[in-house]
Design a protein around this ligand. Structure first.
Ligand SMILES: CC(=O)SCCNC(=O)CCNC(=O)[C@H](O)C(C)(C)COP(=O)(O)OP(=O)(O)OC[C@H]1O[C@@H](n2cnc3c(N)ncnc32)[C@H](O)[C@@H]1OP(=O)(O)O
Ligand SMILES: O=C([O-])CC(=O)C(=O)O
Length: 379
């Protein structure tokens, strides 16, 4: 019999579970983790603290945070055989492909990989949060034909990542700015990649399978891949004077502008406001970059023309300028999103599997009925 329930295309607005981690009010542009506004996390916290808070679903004590930080540091190094795999990857592959492969390989080296108890999932999460930084930086170095830089234990997670990526110790301001970007990207409710991680987890599969699935989902340009796509668009526009006409033309042709629009936010994504403020701060200090000026114009034109449809800048709109000011190439913007989102993925998998139920929705069948097999020679 045909299922006559309404189809929730894109699962829009469908609630499939409960969560204590993240709340979003899309019409007012509000985002909180554990009830605390994202702006407060960005201003006062660190990626390490927010990661632990998400894993535990509560604010940690100073002692717990110090222990977690020490655990992360102790897990920064990755096995040489993984570095060999990264070195052997073909040149010119997209770093998200390389990350997906490297994380999958990391699972082969983890003796606990097949364990799916909450305790094992948590221990693996700590290793993955720590090692994503080393893996992404190593992919960048190997792809550039440069020597891989070993992690340092005296730097923060953000500072150490920038150090491993560039081979140079970042300034305190650079490390803090990057830390804030990680905080802003760490979790965001039931976004497509977190949902994908949970869908895999719901079959009681292992953490590495959950996270490689999530990396694949994040990569697409409608989700995390939009930050790189924004930069492609800025490069195509070229100069600020051309921005208004270029975007106007896109909107006339009903083409999508990357970095704007969101399934949940129908107003400014609050993370885009924090990132814009930092991009502006850097622009005012060092002279407005072309990128920043182009983005200002795109934001104005988009809000004027389609703001009434609820289309405003999302998190991917300004993040790229911040990263490019830090000297990071655009192909690494989405891996950096993964570097932050690993915490949200792990925390969400742990939370969901505590009271697991296999995810298995349905599709309304609209194909033929009452048919019989026709031999090949009769078709
Ligand atoms: C980290 C993240 O994942 S944030 C999102 C990153 N993705 C992007 O930046 C890619 C660009 N944005 C988009 O493609 C979309 O806004 C999405 C996929 C993110 C959300 O889209 P949906 O919730 O499916 O919105 P939907 O497609 O229903 O759009 C509603 C209307 O706004 C328009 N619209 C939505 N996004 C855009 C956009 N980026 N540019 C121009 N118009 C847009 C649609 O054409 C539609 O117009 P219509 O009603 O006249 O047909
Ligand atoms: O929530 C979403 O759909 C996409 C998003 O902004 C994120 O994952 O950060």
């Amino acid at each position: 019999m045909t299922n006559t329930a309404n189809i929730a295309k894109g699962l829009e607005g469908v609630l499939f579970t409960e969560s204590k981690l993240t709340f979003i009010n899309g019409s007012e542009g509000i985002l909180t983790h554990l009830g605390i506004p994202i702006q407060e996390w960005a201003e006062n916290s660190t990626f390490e603290e927010l990661s632990l808070a998400l894993l535990e679903a509560r604010l940690p004590t100073a002692e717990e945070l110090a222990r977690f930080d020490a655990d992360l540091k102790a897990n920064r190094a990755v096995p040489q055989s993984l570095l060999d795999v990264i070195q052997a990857m073909p040149r010119g592959v997209h770093p998200m492909q390389a990350l997906r492969t490297a994380v999958s390989y990391l699972g082969l080296l983890d003796a606990q990989a097949e364990e799916t108890t909450e305790e094992a999932r948590r221990a693996i999460s700590v290793r993955m949060i720590a090692q994503f930084a080393t893996v992404i930086a190593a992919i960048n170095r190997a792809q550039e034909g440069q020597e891989i830089v070993a992690p340092r234990m005296d730097l923060t997670h953000a500072g150490n990542f920038l150090y491993m990526l560039t081979g140079k110790e970042p300034t305190q301001e650079q490390a803090r700015l990057f830390d804030i970007a990680l905080v802003l990207h760490a979790d965001h409710g039931m976004n497509a990649s977190t949902f994908t991680a949970i869908a895999t987890a719901s079959t009681l599969s292992d953490m590495y399978s959950c996270i490689t699935s999530a990396i694949g989902a994040l990569k697409g340009p409608l989700h995390g891949g939009a930050n790189e796509a924004v930069m492609d668009m800025l490069d195509e526009i070229g100069t600020p004077e051309k921005a208004a006409e270029y975007i106007g033309g896109k909107l006339d042709r009903k083409e999508k502008v990357m970095g704007v629009g969101h399934r949940v936010y129908k107003y400014f994504d609050p993370r885009s406001r924090v990132l814009r403020d930092y991009a502006e701060h850097v622009a005012n200090k060092e002279g407005k970059s072309q990128y920043y000026q182009i983005l200002e114009t795109i934001e104005r034109v988009v809000v004027e023309r389609i703001g009434s449809k609820g289309i405003y800048p999302n998190v991917d709109f300004y993040s790229g300028t911040v990263y490019s000011d830090l000297g990071i190439k655009k192909e690494y913007f989405t891996p950096i999103f993964a570097l932050a989102r690993i915490s949200g993925w792990c925390a969400s998998v742990i939370e969901y599997t505590r009271d697991n139920r296999l995810l298995r929705p349905d599709a309304r069948y609209i194909g033929e009925t009452d048919q019989h097999y026709v031999p090949l020679q009769e078709r």
